[in-house]
Design a protein around this ligand. Structure first.
Ligand SMILES: *[C@@H]1O[C@H](CO)[C@@H](O)[C@H](O)[C@H]1NC(C)=O
Ligand SMILES: *[C@@H]1O[C@H](CO)[C@@H](O)[C@H](O)[C@H]1NC(C)=O
Ligand SMILES: *[C@@H]1O[C@H](CO)[C@@H](O)[C@H](O)[C@H]1NC(C)=O
Length: 438
């Protein structure tokens, strides 16, 4: 798997700090990690709604009513891409560029009714639309655009699940929107907080789930009635989250992901005993750090996967970058670009590099065992292509017409999740390609 598009070392092992450094840089980095922890309090979960209670009414926590997916037919824009033949030889799907796509997105905010308000950039009044007219082009091949009809035919009686955090939810909504061009999905399950959901495409008996498991292991989070954290997260680094394990053998296709939730302050448990923490000053606990935790968790997850005798297909989707500029989320950071970067124009944050390196190392270890055990495990490496899309985030348009009353209003920006329609729609093109052609 290629990982040579950013300049840092990817062979970090025990020492995870990726650069030669002065104390100042180290301090900066540590502060950065701490602040990133705060970022994800804001941006990574249902707590995306929760944590901004100061600014937004608690109402926003009310889930989107998306069980009635009524779809108006809209003209089919993507005929051209359906004629493209799949590549003959193997090609690195994840190295390439975004190229203009005059035909635009498959769906709109009018045709798709499951778009979460925070990602409904069109409805929220985002003025520019250029970001809608790009498609991902791998350097050495063409990939056909997602064919919803073909996909559903192929997936008759099958079950899919995307497992992880709010970026997975973002991806599921994108996929639902794309598929809803062919058939209305019916929501057949949701948990109490609407964090995990399942939809059925009745004519195809195809089910698509999003399973909320941001740590992939057992985690206790503590929130008051407004969703504000009242105590540190308790993570059991040696116990997989039963929410996905219980369903595991029934799911034919799974996309796992991990990532940024591990930046949060947390107390780590092994064997039901506290073994340390990440960022818990004053508690007299060993700072094990999120690197330790993330590695341990991925090892545990992969250990389960490679020994599972699973007959379907299992993807691991890699870390997704954010694009805050001129500040962080809490200090007025924004993402105002309106066109993609070209290859090489942007680098991943140091902290994302650290997570990515762990993901690569653990995947490589697991892959060897998986193939021996005939488990179909794939790396779904969306990091690079996502890094090139600073223009695809809601920014201030995570709220409905944020500047309606005041042109200079100070608005919290979201430069992590993706507008729908938007760049994340391409992820499904790639998944389809991997399903069809390995
Ligand atoms: C879709 O977005 C347009 C602006 O692009 C807006 O006028 C319209 O109300 C939106 N429709 C829905 C159903 O969200
Ligand atoms: C629908 O698919 C599930 C597997 O996902 C299968 O167990 C069930 O029998 C199927 N139902 C019908 C009516 O074919
Ligand atoms: C911190 O923990 C160590 C080892 O568990 C213990 O010996 C020490 O007394 C503790 N210090 C405080 C201030 O509690």
């Amino acid at each position: 798997m290629r990982a040579d598009w950013y300049p840092s070392s990817s062979s970090v092992s025990s020492s995870w700090f990726p650069r030669k450094n002065s104390h100042y840089q180290l301090l900066k980095f540590v502060v950065c990690i701490f602040l990133m922890g705060l970022v994800f309090r804001l941006f990574s979960s249902r707590s995306i709604e929760n944590s901004v209670v100061v600014q937004t009414p608690f109402l926003e926590e009310t889930p989107v009513v998306d069980d009635e997916v009524k779809v108006k037919p809209v003209p089919d824009h993507n005929v051209d891409f359906r004629k493209i033949k799949p590549p003959k030889g193997k090609c690195d799907l994840f190295t390439g560029d975004w190229i203009p796509n005059p035909s635009g997105p498959i769906y709109t905010n009018e045709s798709c009714h499951v778009i979460e308000p925070h990602q409904n950039c069109m409805k929220n009044g985002r003025p520019d639309s250029g970001y809608l007219f790009w498609r991902w082009k791998p350097r050495d091949c063409e990939i056909p655009r997602f064919d919803a009809k073909k996909f559903l035919e192929l997936m008759k009686n099958k079950q899919w699940a995307l497992i992880g955090d709010s970026i997975q939810r973002n991806h599921v909504q994108s996929l639902l929107c794309i598929l809803s061009k062919v058939e209305d999905a019916v929501m057949v399950y949701h948990d109490e907080k609407y964090s995990s959901k399942r939809w059925l495409f009745p004519s195809y008996n195809f089910t698509l789930s999003v399973i909320w498991s941001p740590f992939l292991v057992e985690a206790a989070t503590f929130e008051d009635i407004n969703g504000v954290s009242t105590a540190d997260i308790q993570l059991h680094l040696d116990k997989l989250d039963h929410i996905w394990v219980d369903q595991y053998q029934n799911i034919d296709y799974m996309i796992f992901s991990g990532g940024k939730w591990f930046f949060k302050t947390a107390i780590y448990y092994e064997n039901n005993k506290v073994v340390g923490c990440h960022y818990c000053p004053g508690q007299n606990l060993t700072e094990l750090g999120f690197v330790y935790a993330y590695r341990k968790v991925l090892e545990l997850v992969y250990n389960h996967i490679v020994k599972s005798n699973h007959k379907g297909m299992i993807f691991f989707r890699m870390i997704t970058p954010d694009h805050f500029e001129n500040g962080e989320w809490f200090s007025g950071g924004t993402c105002t670009r309106s066109v993609p970067f070209k290859e090489g124009e942007s680098n991943l944050n140091d902290i994302d590099v650290v997570l990515r390196d762990i993901e690569l190392e653990e995947f490589k270890k697991a892959e060897a065992v998986a193939s021996k055990n005939k488990v179909n495990l794939k790396l779904f490496d969306t990091t690079h292509l996502s890094l090139l899309r600073p223009d695809g985030h809601p920014g201030p348009y995570r709220h409905f017409h944020p500047f309606a009353k005041d042109n200079n209003a100070k608005v919290q920006n979201d430069c992590l999740h993706w507008c729908l329609p938007g760049p994340i729609d391409s992820w499904s093109d790639l998944v389809m390609e991997m399903v069809l052609n390995g």
